[in-house]
Design a protein around this ligand. Structure first.
Ligand code: FAD
Ligand code: SF4
Ligand code: SF4
Length: 402
């Protein structure tokens, strides 16, 4: 993208020179001139008091952002069931729509999904737009992208949220490229600047070392994919009412270039940390990879899923799919049991919203105890076997207590 100064408009005030982080503007005969150091970051465009600086590509794609209204959520479903992240996004979308004093619309695609449309209203959507077709029963990039892009062009939403699932990560960038708008991937926080209706999209950047807040000032919709498990799920309210509109997608078989012949589920047990009600996590305090056997035993007794700290993943004790934290999964279970985990800030970032946190650590000053609801100061190799044994005899114990 080329950034240019319209020489006739420039008054030589020099404000742009002070703003350019790349020292890419020279003053020649009292007029600003952009040099080849320019990275097209756009900073100077926003500060020029005479609107003398333009980005050529941007000029071509100028849209009237006032025409775009409403918050949309892509309600992802699989095999006729709404994903948890869809319900989380309805909760977050509701807050954003209320702040902007606008409506929340859920976009639902599939086959025989009318019941899900009703559920989305009960969860908090004002409107549900649902499209049914044989061609939408199984997700395809081409099919879903075309149908959603057609809807966006016709109805013009100002914000669109998509879960950062495998499907969402495929779909989001396709839509944004086709619509010529920006997309912030894998957001962990969303806020609104009410004054100019901008969505402030925050996500970890540079390997999680800093949090970047990204805006999309000149294009619409403002699009984000949002990490599953980060936002709170919307509450189900049986009494809620809303508008449900069925539309006929303009989709033909030839629009879908890749054909899905068969869906084969991975044989390996899926690690559904984000969906788990109970998580038992192991940390470096286990001392060696064998320690995870104890974690697995306890998890099995509780019907829980096994989590892990990054230290254990980096050490090769367990697969990365189990990692909880800033660069792993964000979880919000009813019960989180941290065994031999110190409670580094990057680990807490992924689990501190858990309803009840139990920590087992031999160091009474370990930071994990600051956020734990229940703490056991002790060696995991003593506490865990006792806990497992106690669960074996839970019926007996409960009887003796009652
Ligand atoms: P340690 O910090 O070594 O803690 C081990 C704990 O076990 C100690 O508190 C010790 O007292 C206790 N202990 C030792 N022996 C026993 C025993 N026998 N019984 C009971 N307790 C015992 N970390 C994550 O977890 N997830 C992330 O997503 C993540 N992302 C990161 C991103 C960045 C950019 C950076 C810089 C770091 C990230 N980390 C992440 C790493 C994080 O900073 C910590 O290093 C890591 O969480 C430590 O793991 P730990 O608690 O298992 O190990
Ligand atoms: Fe010229 Fe605008 Fe730069 Fe001022 S801020 S020197 S008017 S281009
Ligand atoms: Fe400097 Fe960015 Fe302006 Fe280019 S677009 S001249 S890099 S401020």
């Amino acid at each position: 993208m080329a950034v240019k100064v319209i020489q006739e408009k420039c008054i030589g005030c020099g404000i742009c020179i002070d703003t350019c982080p790349f020292d890419a503007i020279d003053m020649v005969d009292e007029k600003a001139v952009i040099t080849d150091k320019c990275t097209a970051c756009g900073n100077c465009i926003d500060v020029c008091p005479k609107e003398a600086i333009i980005m050529e590509e941007r000029e071509k794609n100028i849209i009237n952002i006032d025409e775009y209204k409403g918050v949309w959520v892509f309600a992802e479903q699989r095999e006729g069931k709404l994903l948890n992240v869809s319900i989380e996004l309805i909760g977050e979308g509701r807050k954003i729509a209320d702040e902007l004093d606008t409506e929340l619309t859920a976009i639902l695609l599939g086959k025989d999904v009318e019941d899900l449309a009703k559920q989305l209203i009960k969860y908090g959507a004002d409107n549900v737009l649902y499209g049914e077709s044989e061609l939408l029963q199984i997700y395809t990039t081409d099919g879903y992208t075309k149908v959603i892009c057609d809807l966006i062009k016709e109805r013009k939403p100002e914000i669109m949220l998509i879960g950062a699932t495998n499907i969402g990560r495929d779909l989001g960038p396709r839509i944004s490229a086709r619509i010529h708008t920006g997309l912030t991937a894998d957001c962990t926080r969303l806020e609104v600047d009410k004054e100019n209706r901008r969505l402030l999209q925050t996500r970890p950047a540079f390997g999680g070392n800093l949090m970047a807040t990204i805006i999309c000032p000149n294009h619409r919709p403002q699009m984000s994919t949002v990490r599953p498990g980060v936002m709170e799920k919307a509450k189900y309210d049986e009494s809620r009412l809303g508008n449900i509109e069925k539309f006929v997608p303009n989709l033909r078989e030839e629009d879908i270039k890749a054909k899905v012949l068969e869906v084969v589920k991975e044989a390996k047990a899926q690690i559904k940390l984000e969906e788990a009600n109970i998580i038992v996590s192991g940390g470096r305090g286990l001392g060696n990879p064998e320690g995870f056997k104890l974690i697995e035993q306890l998890a099995e007794k509780l019907g829980a899923v096994v989590g892990a700290s990054r230290a254990t993943v980096d050490a090769g004790w367990i697969d990365q799919s189990h990692q909880v934290g800033q660069t792993g999964k964000t979880v919000r279970p009813t019960l989180y049991i941290a065994c031999g985990i110190s409670g580094a800030i990057q680990h807490l970032a992924g689990m501190q919203e858990s309803e009840v946190i139990v920590a087992i650590n031999k160091d009474k000053n370990a930071p994990i105890f600051k956020i734990a609801d229940y703490g056991v100061v002790g060696d995991v190799y003593e506490v865990l076997p006792e806990l497992i044994e106690a669960l074996d005899n839970i019926d007996e114990i409960l009887e003796s207590v009652n």
